[in-house]
Structure formats: C-alpha cells, structure tokens
Ligand binder design. Structure first.
Ligand code: ADP
Ligand code: ADP
Length: 218
C-alpha cells in the first residue's frame, strides 16, 4: 500500500529539511509545493508568472492553480509508492481536494507529522536560511551551515537567500499560516492521522522521532 505523508508546521518549522531527509531514507519522492512554484518561476512558465506576485508578498497562491499543480505532480510515475508532501495542503479546500484525489486513486493519507516550534524561533530560522538553486536543499548560517559558505553540500550549486525570507515577508507568512493553515491541525487530528513532533531540537533528533513513527514503506 502506498504511503502518503503530509508534513505540517509553520514556515521555518523544518518541514523541508525533514522531508528531504525522510525522502532519502525511505525512498519516497519529496513533493514540495514551494519548490514546484520556484521551478515554474525559474522556467518563466505561465504558472510561475501567476504565482510570483503572491509568493513575493508572502500570500498564498490561489487554491485552484495550487491544487492542479500538485495533482499533476502526484500523477507522475514516481508517486506510485506514495510521497512526502511538504507545504501542501495549506488551506482546508486544499486538504479536501487532496483527500478526494487520493480517494480516487484508492489511497489515503497515512501520517501527518505536525512539527511544533515556538513562534519566536521561526523568524530566526527563516531569516538565516540559505537555499540551493538546483534542488532546494536548505542550510542555516548558524544552525546548519554548509561546509563551504554559499555552496550546496549535496549538489555543489549556489546557495541564495529567498526574497520571501526577508523579515517583512516572513512576518506576513507566519500570519497567513495561523489564519489559513493552522485549522488543518484539527482537520487531521479528527481524521486520526496527526502526530505532534517537537521540532525545537537538533535536526537529527527530530529526524529520529519521525523515523520512529513512520509507517513501513515497501
Ligand atoms: P520549512 O520547510 O518548514 O519552512 P526548513 O526545513 O526550510 O523549514 O527550515 C527553516 C530553516 O531552519 C533552514 O535554514 C534550516 O536549515 C533550519 N532548520 C531546520 N530544522 C532545524 C532544527 N531542528 N534546528 C535548527 N535549525 C533548523
Ligand atoms: P515555507 O518555507 O514557508 O514552508 P514554501 O517554500 O513552502 O515556504 O512556500 C513559499 C511560498 O509559495 C508561500 O509563501 C506561498 O506563497 C506559496 N505556496 C507554497 N505552497 C502553497 C500552497 N500549498 N498554497 C498556496 N501557496 C503556496
């Protein structure tokens, strides 16, 4: 049975970091809506053009285009065994659409780790984040520095600071998270798939806690 995992948590909680580690460890694709948008922006697609103003402002891209983009990604061959979703869903409408999509495929969400970090930590994590151009690997100036400044440890590509990681935009993204995404905590708790994870500790320790609760992947 395929395993679909939804990483839930505020911007900066560590969803991308953990999703990438889990993906390497269990061999499921990492499906990040933010990475998909950034790829579209880099390739100057119509979707990228549409999404960029929302992303720059730290607002959510409208549900219809976001849902269509992720549905398309999940229909690809490499998702037959499941996927680790990161950054999607972010609204109740997206969560309902995801349930329907998986239901049509005969699948369901197996686990929703909710990574919890105190609010004051989010800002320092995001404003110190450096992201790699090639595959979206993330580092942190203080908490997870690359071996060589400005260069990705994993693929050698350039590291940059995302424009939406500026303090002003981060403040809006955190506000948007509490208004539009936090209701998903209860949504998934009621579905019985939510597991709370303390994200305010070493990256490796958070990863171990996640590995401990992961369903078996064939
Ligand atoms: P999200 O995807 O939830 O926005 P990221 O995984 O990109 O979060 O992490 C945000 C920033 O915090 C990155 O710079 C990352 O290196 C750093 N980070 C991630 N997990 C931890 C942790 N457990 N402790 C300290 N810093 C972390
Ligand atoms: P974070 O590190 O905060 O988790 P992401 O890379 O996931 O950031 O997302 C960056 C931006 O892309 C968001 O602020 C939003 O504008 C847009 N975005 C990503 N995922 C979604 C989504 N599921 N719905 C709407 N907008 C999204």
């Amino acid at each position: 049975m395929p395993v679909f995992i939804v990483m839930l948590g505020a911007p900066g909680a560590g969803k991308g970091t953990q999703a990438k580690m889990l993906s390497r460890r269990v061999g499921l694709p990492h499906v990040s809506s933010g990475d998909l948008f950034r790829e579209n922006i880099k390739n100057q697609t119509e979707l990228g053009k549409l999404a960029s103003s929302y992303i720059e402002a730290g607002d959510l891209v409208p549900d219809n285009v976001t849902i269509a983009m992720v549905q398309d990604r999940l229909s690809r061959e490499d998702c037959v065994k499941g996927a680790i979703l990161d950054g999607f869903p972010r609204t109740t409408a997206q969560a309902e659409a995801l349930d329907e999509t998986l239901d049509e495929m005969g699948f369901e969400i197996g686990l929703v780790p909710f990574i919890q970090v105190p609010n004051q930590v989010l800002m320092e994590r995001l404003t110190g984040r450096w992201t790699c151009r090639e595959h979206g690997h993330v580092f942190h100036t203080l908490f997870n520095p690359p071996a060589q400044p400005g260069i990705c440890d994993h693929d050698g590509s350039e590291l940059y600071q995302r424009p939406d990681d500026s303090p002003e935009t981060v403040a809006n993204r955190i506000k948007v998270y509490f208004e539009q995404t936090a209701p998903l905590i209860d949504y998934y708790r009621q579905n019985g798939v939510l597991v709370e994870i303390d994200g305010d500790r070493e990256i490796e320790d958070v990863n171990q806690a996640l590995m401990d609760i992961l369903p078996t992947v064939d």
